[in-house]
Write a protein that binds this ligand. Structure first.
Ligand SMILES: Cc1ncc(COP(=O)(O)O)c(C=O)c1O
Length: 370
């Protein structure tokens, strides 16, 4: 029998394969570059004023020593802000989705999800005993076909603003369709929290649709500038998650400092109309400055996530490297994160990007992609 590879050799082989397909991921720090890459759409991460905390660590999980009246008051006030009956805070959006999707459906139930759904939801579904189907991105007819094949309790997972394409789900149509098939919607509002709606409540509330949704997930690591997430729904759902969501049960709770930061982010969101308007006008400026040629390669949307398709890992990485050398922190999104042929330069526009920065960014894109 041939001798098995040594574990280190095995890891090295897999990394080498990634290198050969130009898809090796590496960690980089991006000090002193112009930020067209972070999810800090409104600049909260730099500007939140956070109250000092008395205790550094939470000392245990929420079910043991990590709970506090601050946690429960914060959950009640965030639920109220989002017009939900109840909410439960998780340590991150990843934890919220993995915990929710792994426990919310049983064998015999069906989870249907958009093909571009976030990895945290996919991973949660993989841990679930339910059947699952993907439907083509934002395609209502494709969703209906899957709904016709579904059995048991039917759950449909969508995002307000998709993280890699930046486009919105057609929520009104999905709500109408799900009513027809008695399916429950779970909406991930990660990229809409803080920026969509009068006070940053998210896409569902901006369309007055929140009462039609079974669950909403809001994360605090993007426009809210801090860390953590909340799952919103009924009080019954909250009690269920406290009992069955393993990523809630078996982990140390967020610290007092994190809760203070979330509190401060929600206060700031209510007073950030100017930042939200500035963000929209910056997105518009970015699009207005693009030539027709680049516009034809742009994934159409009005969100801060603006993507220009540059097919091929090698080609898109070269553009990324050149943009970094010119002082812009702009990242390439490679296959396998996106489908082969749909590799892209992903530009995240912020409220704090100046008109000059946006102009010089577009000039560089035009030069490099002509
Ligand atoms: C749509 C979506 N859901 C969930 C997450 C995970 O959130 P977090 O970064 O708080 O773990 C992300 C981002 O990473 C996301 O883009």
């Amino acid at each position: 029998m041939p001798k098995a590879l040594n574990i280190e050799d095995k890891l090295f082989e897999k990394l080498t394969a990634r290198q050969q397909t130009n898809s090796l991921r590496t960690l980089r720090s991006c000090e002193n570059l112009i930020d067209f890459c972070s999810n800090d759409y409104l600049g909260f991460a730099k500007n939140l004023k956070v109250k000092a905390s008395e205790k550094q660590g939470a000392t245990g999980s929420r079910l043991i020593s990590g709970n506090s009246s601050q946690f429960e008051l914060l959950e009640t006030s965030i639920a109220k802000f989002h017009n939900a009956e109840a909410g439960l805070i998780f340590n991150s959006g990843y934890d919220a989705n993995i915990g929710l999707f792994s426990c919310i459906a049983d064998k015999g139930d069906t989870i249907i999800y958009d093909q571009y759904i976030h990895a945290s939801i996919r991973d949660g579904i993989r841990l679930s005993n339910a059947r699952s189907f993907a439907f083509e991105h934002n395609d209502i007819d494709a969703l209906e076909k899957k709904l016709q094949q579904a059995s048991g309790t039917i759950l449909v997972a969508i995002e307000s603003i998709y993280s890699m394409d930046g486009d919105e789900a057609p929520i009104e149509k999905i709500v109408a369709l799900c009513e027809k098939y008695d399916a429950q919607i779970i909406l991930d509002e990660a990229h809409a929290t803080g920026i969509v709606g009068e006070n940053g409540e998210g896409l569902a509330q901006s369309l007055n649709l929140e009462s039609k949704l079974f669950v909403r997930v809001h994360t605090f690591g993007k426009a809210m500038g801090c860390h953590g997430a909340i799952i919103l729904g009924s009080e019954n759902l909250r009690q269920f998650l406290i009992n069955f969501a393993r990523s809630f049960i078996y982990t140390t709770a967020l610290s007092e400092h994190s809760l203070n930061a979330i509190e401060s982010a929600y206060k700031k969101a209510k007073n950030s109309t100017n930042e939200r308007e500035q963000l929209q006008s910056n997105i518009q400026l970015f699009q207005d400055l693009l030539s027709d040629d680049l516009k034809s390669k742009l994934i159409q949307n009005t969100s801060p996530i603006q993507c220009i398709l540059v097919p091929g890992n090698k080609a898109v990485k070269e553009v990324e490297n050149e943009l970094q050398l010119r002082g812009f922190d702009i990242r390439a999104i490679l296959h396998p994160t996106v489908e082969e042929g749909k590799e892209r330069i992903r530009i995240c526009v912020h409220s704090f990007n100046t008109a000059e920065e946006i102009k010089s960014c577009v000039e560089s894109l035009e030069e490099l992609l002509k």
